[in-house]
Design a protein around this ligand. Structure first.
Ligand code: SF4
Ligand code: SF4
Length: 256
């Protein structure tokens, strides 16, 4: 689990510089892949379940566990660690991460953490999203002693996080509102959030095999897209959550 004592409180931008190198010959190689809490996003799950050739339901069942955030009732999904004494990630091998090209966004960012918050911009009188970064400095990680210099922006490029941030943007907007008064989930919203965020194969069945389309007026071209393109389906799931929790009129109900 990420030890909060290891989180450096200095806020960093994409131009901030740091020295770091992670490589196979470093003494701490793969030490960061044990006993750690890795929260997964909808796009992480699509990449991982396809990599492992599993359905989303099988992946969730075999490789994840859920924690319900106390204040908001939001269900969050985390990568399951092995149950041995080291609590190693089930994907770590002596040669490193066995699913490296599809590793989750949090693994890509490490040892950088990323946070986003909404704040009021008085010049335009609107809420804007502020993104910032911070170091996660854990005693076992020797990479900070190495001499390779990066900016955070260069690190982001090297680790391929752009596509992850882009894919998860709509979903993260839902997370922003969770601590506002009256925005915690009831049981139905919690179940909808879980299915539409994480279980894309069940979401497809829900849209096409339940009475869903008797109630919602969905553009035929959009329907055709979400039938065959699971990224489009994932984005539709985010729209559905926003509708169900009353955040945005993202869907149209059929006239009776
Ligand atoms: S998914 Fe890969 S990089 Fe992430 S903790 Fe597991 S082995 Fe390490
Ligand atoms: S502990 Fe740090 S330097 Fe060592 S393998 Fe993990 S990220 Fe790389």
């Amino acid at each position: 689990m990420l030890n909060m004592k290891s989180v450096d409180t200095v806020r960093l931008s994409t131009n901030s510089k740091f020295k770091f190198k992670c490589h196979k010959n470093i003494d701490c190689f793969t030490k960061c892949c044990s006993n750690i809490q890795i929260m997964l996003t909808p796009y992480d799950i699509i990449r991982l379940k396809n990599r492992l050739k599993l359905s989303s339901g099988e992946f969730l069942n075999d490789h994840t566990y859920v924690e319900i955030e106390e204040k908001s009732n939001y269900p969050f999904v985390f990568l399951k660690m092995n149950e041995d004494k080291d609590r190693k990630c089930s994907f770590v091998t002596e040669a490193g991460c066995s699913i490296y090209d599809d590793r989750p966004a949090n693994c890509r960012y490490y040892p950088i953490g990323q946070a986003s918050l909404k704040k009021k911009d008085d010049t335009i009188n609107e809420l804007i999203t502020e993104e910032f970064y911070f170091f996660v400095k854990e005693d076992h990680c020797l990479g900070f002693n190495e001499d390779r210099e990066w900016t955070i922006g260069e690190w982001r490029d090297d680790q391929g996080v752009d596509i992850y941030d882009e894919m998860n943007r709509g979903w993260k907007e839902i997370l922003f509102i969770r601590n506002l008064p009256g925005k915690d989930f009831d049981e139905k919203q919690q179940k909808t959030f879980y299915m539409a965020s994480y279980d894309v194969d069940r979401l497809r069945r829900f849209v096409f095999e339940s009475p869903f389309l008797q109630h919602f007026d969905v553009d035929p071209a959009k329907l055709e897209k979400i039938k065959t393109d699971e990224i489009e389906l994932m984005k539709f799931g985010v729209d559905y959550i926003k509708f169900v929790i009353g955040m945005e009129e993202t869907l149209k109900l059929k006239k009776k």
